[in-house]
Design a binder for this molecule. Structure first.
Ligand SMILES: NC(=O)c1ccc[n+]([C@@H]2O[C@H](COP(=O)([O-])OP(=O)(O)OC[C@H]3O[C@@H](n4cnc5c(N)ncnc54)[C@H](OP(=O)(O)O)[C@@H]3O)[C@@H](O)[C@H]2O)c1
Length: 243
């Protein structure tokens, strides 16, 4: 129970990496705020955590909306009285040829995968009175890219670099900020992707990650096991970078 007495917010936890991160954080003892737009799926995550002896609440929120950031923090404080861990994870992928990208694509993608991460950190940090751990789930695309991922890579790289600056600024208050850069993960986001076989062919391990494998790293970054790590990035990509 490495995270006993800790409270975590996990954005985008109705499915995929966020869902399994919520399970893993709760198993390690944290009380968890599960959030996303789909309330039925979010409630199912909460029920599963409770069935396994953990504590969690679901807060419905759309991370494209400005009012959601403060609302999530307030609901968490009301339920649990503190915030120690933030997992910024709610996101999407955008895969388009560069000249097909629209202004709307740019604005929507940067809001969800960039601005929401920035605003959640701003809202949470003032409440991390006894230190804390922020994990920003970005992507291997922050450091490696493929055609059609130019906008995706731009935003993920920006958040990864922003995290280093935030880490430096708050290191003295024992607030750690690290990034997880997953390679391909078997989640709803990639289900049915026509490029799946091509992507798999680039992975030395010849398979996608499970969301549980990414969740284990999130627990490591959330806990004191990573107490000397801040401003760092962990890449979990099945060996792609080695190519
Ligand atoms: N899967 C991969 O291969 C991969 C690789 C590298 C990085 N990542 C990153 O990992 C993160 C999680 O992705 P995933 O693979 O776990 O995908 P996923 O299974 O599709 O989960 C995405 C989560 O984000 C939430 N979300 C999406 N739009 C939202 C919005 N407007 N407001 C609130 N929540 C929203 C979804 O919840 P609702 O639909 O209920 O709102 C869902 O819980 C993303 O940041 C993604 O870019 C994924």
């Amino acid at each position: 129970m490495k995270l006993q007495n800790k409270v975590a917010i996990v954005t985008g936890s109705t499915s995929g990496i966020g869902k399994y991160a919520s399970f893993a954080l709760a198993k390690a003892g944290a009380r968890v705020t599960v959030t996303g737009r789909r309330s039925e799926k979010g409630e199912q995550v909460v029920q599963e955590i409770k069935a396994n002896g953990g504590q969690a609440i679901f807060v419905q929120a759309d991370m494209m909306h400005e009012e959601s950031y403060e609302y999530l923090v307030n609901e968490t404080l009301q339920a649990f009285g503190q915030i120690d861990i933030l997992v910024n994870n709610a996101g999407n992928i955008i895969e388009k040829s560069f000249l097909e990208l629209t202004v709307d694509d740019f604005q929507q993608f940067i809001t969800l995968d960039g601005y929401a991460y920035f605003r959640m950190m701003q809202e949470v940090i003032p409440h991390m009175k006894n230190g804390g751990s922020i994990i920003n789930v970005t992507s291997l695309a922050a450091i490696n890219t493929i055609p059609t991922h130019s906008l995706y890579s731009f935003v993920k790289a920006g958040v990864t670099q922003m995290s280093k600056g935030v880490a430096q600024e708050f290191a003295g208050q024992n607030i750690r900020v690290n990034c997880l850069l997953p390679g391909a993960v078997d989640t709803e986001m990639v289900a049915g992707n026509p490029n799946s076989d091509f992507i798999r062919s680039l992975i030395p391990m010849q398979r996608f990650s499970t969301p549980e494998e990414q969740a284990n790293i999130i627990v490591f970054l959330a806990s004191d096991d990573s107490s000397y790590m801040t401003g760092s990035s962990i890449v979990a990509d099945g060996g792609v970078r080695g190519i």
